[in-house]
Design a protein around this ligand. Structure first.
Ligand code: ATP
Ligand code: MG
Length: 571
């Protein structure tokens, strides 16, 4: 490809509303163009990277036994009514009407369409398992579209779905798909970790997210540097941290006058106790009424864990206006002794502790020497708090670390959630009807490309990993001399003949402009042909990653560059 016949428009200025580096560099490098909030055009260079990733994904999906199909982006509302998501899916779902006023959605995901497809085609256990994928444009009306391709409203996703007659069969496919994800991200040279993820309250299922570690990541990833434990922050657990030894046996309950101490820090300072020795009371409103959750004073409640434990759909902090009526205590002084809340949960880290200090359900009052079981009914214990960096790993006990991550892929054992709702059944060996057991597997194409840029760039631009670079090599002619153009053209044509993806910067531009553009776009390899070195029969070549210049005769450089590309392709 010759630059002069291609369509590249690099920008000198950083776009004003770009907030992460991948977005800035991809916009400046002429790879994407914003059309509306969260809606982008993939310009030719950007599209090449996208298509190269798609090719890798297709190879790995095929290897994992998945078959490609393509479903419609526009889906009839009836399917969503059947699955129950017409009601449940919030404002992210773009609902549209056709000319007959019939309801449709622009698909944010395709469980409904695929379940209907398989329901109609498969009736016997002999036809299972089925594993299908597509690469397709989704629409989600995200509240805050941002970060360019990382959180768009319209975006490309690879989504796969599998259907099984047994848990074992699902497990097997799940493993194969997980491996495929690992291979895909490794092939893109992405530094990533698979982590356990929350599954909501679908019973007995598993879920893993693939996280690319990067400062700009929207997710917090908990990982253990010693063993391979990794989980996202919503799901991560830790061993109980070693406590100070329990003080003397239970004392009697005694009210404490604690004026003006509405926060746990105030109480700690007032009573001269570390907050870890105090008990914090959280109260949530749910569709089944208010719930009190007791956690150690230095810990944060984890709403996802609490929600899953309760099996509720909504969980919100109880507003101050409802507080007194629901709990019987004033805001800031509420506690479990004599509370009106019907359900009281307590974090496992409190189990076995004696003489709790809790709110007294009266203004300016706490109570010390409170013991569960004796002074208020034994609470329901469970894991209700968020892990902190430094907590002991649940597997090996070493200190956990917390990093920022970009979720690029997600694999999920769905179980029978959709097949039951949509009557997707098969006949088993005994001729009995059973719901198919499902798995689903998503991978963000645009987000993965952007994540690669987040991980690999410098002050001058992108440093593409070879497998997803828009072109593997750029050949730059420096100056207008005839022999320069002739040599550059020859190198370009020979590279093409070798099957190398090469862009020939044949523009009549100053060398500085050409080199700046090449660095910004980030071609992994560059060959520069200029009059000065050519006078000695040499051309110059360099890797984008270190830009160390090397000289050699054209034929030798050509051979070397071809070798480097081939090496990187098979790495
Ligand atoms: P997030 O929590 O980041 O919103 P999600 O849990 O909604 O992601 P899934 O529904 O599991 O994501 O979608 C599968 C994959 O699609 C994600 O792992 C991600 O790579 C990609 N993806 C999801 N939402 C977006 C988006 N708004 N823009 C770009 N890619 C996205
Ligand atoms: Mg989302």
């Amino acid at each position: 490809m010759r630059w002069t016949r291609y369509f590249i428009n690099t920008l000198r200025e950083v776009p004003a509303d770009a907030d992460v580096i991948s977005q800035k560099l991809m916009m400046r490098g002429g790879m994407i163009r914003k059309v509306a909030a969260g809606i982008y055009t993939y310009l030719p260079l950007g599209l090449r990277s996208v298509q190269k990733l798609e090719a890798i994904v297709r190879e790995e999906m095929t290897r994992a036994g998945s078959t490609e199909l393509l479903m419609p982006a526009i889906q009839p509302a009836e399917l969503w009514v059947e699955s129950g998501r017409w009601q449940k899916y919030g404002k992210e779902l773009l609902r549209i009407k056709d000319r007959h006023e019939r309801d449709f959605v622009f698909g944010p995901t395709h469980e409904e369409v695929i379940t209907e497809t398989v329901r109609d085609a498969v009736s016997s256990y002999r036809q299972l398992p089925v594993n299908l994928y597509q690469i397709q444009t989704k629409f989600r009306d995200e509240v805050r579209p941002r970060f360019g391709l990382m959180r768009g409203r319209e975006f490309i996703m690879k989504d796969a779905y599998s259907f099984h007659s047994s848990r074992e069969s699902l497990d097997e496919t799940y493993e194969a798909m997980r491996d495929a994800y690992g291979r895909t991200f490794r092939r893109c040279a992405l530094d990533h970790v698979p982590v356990e993820a929350d599954t909501g309250n679908i019973g007995g299922s598993a879920s893993h997210e693939f996280m690319v570690l990067a400062q700009s990541g929207e997710d917090a990833v908990v990982s253990c540097p010693s063993c391979r434990y990794g989980a996202n922050i919503e799901k991560a657990t830790s061993r109980f941290f070693e406590d100070e030894p329990e003080p003397a046996p239970m004392t009697e309950m005694a009210p404490l006058h604690t004026p003006g101490t509405k926060t746990i820090d105030d109480v700690g300072a007032f009573l001269k106790k570390p907050t870890s020795r105090l008990v914090k009371t959280l109260v949530f409103d749910t569709e089944n009424g208010p719930v009190m959750v007791l956690v150690r004073g230095d810990r944060e409640g984890n709403e996802i864990k609490i929600k899953n434990f309760l099996g509720v759909n909504t969980l919100e902090m109880l507003p101050d206006t409802k507080f007194e009526a629901a709990t019987g205590g004033p805001v800031g002084y509420c506690g479990p002794v004599g509370t009106k809340c019907k359900r009281v949960l307590a974090d496992s880290s409190l189990k076995g502790r004696k003489d709790w200090v809790v709110g007294g359900n009266k203004p300016d009052t706490h109570i010390g020497g409170v013991n569960p079981g004796r002074d208020f009914p034994e609470p329901e214990y469970g894991d209700f708090t968020t892990v902190f960096a430094g907590d002991p790993c649940p597997r090996c006990g070493n200190k956990l670390e917390i990093h920022r991550g970009i979720e690029v892929g997600h694999v999920f054992k769905l179980g029978t959630k959709y097949s039951e709702a949509m009557n997707c059944v098969y006949l088993d060996e005994k001729g009995e009807r059973r719901p198919m057991i499902m798995g689903c597997y998503g991978l963000g194409i645009g987000r993965t490309v952007a994540a690669a840029v987040e991980q690999s760039h410098d002050g001058d631009g992108i440093i593409w990993p070879m497998p997803i670079a828009p072109f593997e090599v750029v050949v730059t002619s420096v100056g207008r001399e005839e022999n320069v153009l002739a040599t550059a053209t020859e190198i370009y044509e020979k590279l093409q003949a070798e099957g190398i993806e090469v862009l020939f910067d044949d523009r009549d531009e100053r060398p500085g402009v050409k080199f700046k553009d090449a660095d910004l776009i980030g071609f992994p390899l560059r060959i520069a042909v200029g009059a000065r070195s050519l006078a000695n029969g040499q051309v110059e070549w360099s890797f984008r990653r270190d830009r160390a210049k090397q000289l050699g005769e054209p034929a030798a450089v050509l051979a070397r560059v071809v070798e480097e590309v081939r090496k990187a392709r098979t790495a």
